[in-house]
Write a protein that binds this ligand. Structure first.
Ligand code: AMP
Ligand code: MN
Ligand code: MN
Ligand code: MN
Length: 286
């Protein structure tokens, strides 16, 4: 059976494989296609596409956007994103600028707590990455300020800690619109991680569908077979296409494998042509 993985991260965000290493690994694992869906950046896509040609893996241009609705954190993955969309480029630049200001504030807060680190050194350690709390945490571990990243999040930069600074988020509506305007496909990533009641999950699916959502992740690393079936039923009820992937991050999530997730994940190739057709229809509408 041909399998794919439509949710992965590289060193362009908080993964540990470069885009080239990721695509080579996908080829080794026998995956037919992967989407690179880094957080808030498309910087890894050109390299991933080139590697796709070299290793014979179909590479889909994607990105994962963090959004907020009614204090609920919703991740929207965009697939088939053109890298020349001015709207997306401007939005990503704005978000990255926002991250830079926020990172500076968090590092200043850490200084007040006696942690002597600076952004220039962190950037040097992760030169090609959009710097997130995951990188700050890794850097602090490397410098001996904590024994692991969980400790850094628990004591310093978790959302209830004193050095934490809130990140500005997009709304799901503006994100879905932006993806649609660029001719891409929008996917509600890992809906079950929101821990909504069955009633609220359906309500949220209805809201996002009204916003123009195209698809929902029915295959995901943490899902049981029953979870997968449940999300498929919701997709059918709301007329959404299916997507899915491992959310692979490389060695920072050691037991989480590309393609197979925590062992039982298998995303069938058959969902991809359906997403591709939706994309083609979108193009014809424009
Ligand atoms: P940011 O987008 O800068 O807020 O950072 C979010 C990233 O930090 C996520 O992608 C995770 O990789 C990581 N992260 C968030 N919360 C935790 C936590 N409690 N423990 C470990 N890593 C976390
Ligand atoms: Mn991540
Ligand atoms: Mn996510
Ligand atoms: Mn992800």
């Amino acid at each position: 059976m041909k399998t794919i993985d439509l949710h992965t991260h590289s060193t362009a965000s908080d993964g540990t494989y470069t885009p080239t290493e990721l695509v080579r690994y996908a080829a080794q694992k026998g995956l037919t296609a992967i989407a690179l869906t880094d957080h808030d950046t498309m910087n890894g896509l050109a390299q991933a596409q080139a590697a796709g040609v070299e290793y014979g893996v179909q590479v889909i241009n994607g990105a994962e956007f963090s959004t907020q609705y009614d204090n609920i954190s919703l991740h929207i993955v965009g697939l088939f994103l053109p890298t020349n969309s001015t709207e997306i480029k401007n939005r990503l630049e704005y978000m990255q600028e926002n991250r830079r200001t926020r990172n500076d504030k968090m590092v200043a807060n850490l200084a007040k707590m006696g942690i002597d680190i600076n952004m220039a050194d962190i950037k040097q350690k992760f030169p090609d990455s959009v710097i997130s709390r995951a990188h700050i945490a890794q850097y602090m571990v490397d410098k001996g300020y904590a024994s692991n990243k969980d400790e850094v999040f628990a004591k310093y930069i978790g959302s209830h800690c004193s050095a934490y600074v809130e990140k500005e988020s997009l709304t799901p509506l503006e994100t879905i619109d932006m993806i649609k305007n660029a001719g891409g496909i929008s996917v509600w990533a890992h809906p079950l991680l929101c821990k909504l009641s069955a009633k609220n999950l359906e309500k949220m699916t209805g809201i996002l569908t009204d916003f123009g959502l195209d698809a929902i992740e029915a295959y995901y690393c943490t899902y049981s077979p029953a979870d997968c079936k449940y999300v498929k039923q919701i997709a059918q009820k709301y007329g959404l296409a299916l997507s899915g992937g491992s959310d692979f991050h490389g060695t920072i999530k050691p037991k989480l494998e590309l393609g197979t997730g925590y062992g039982n994940l298998s995303v069938p190739y058959e969902i991809l042509p359906i997403l591709e057709n939706l994309k083609k229809e979108r193009k014809n509408e424009q």
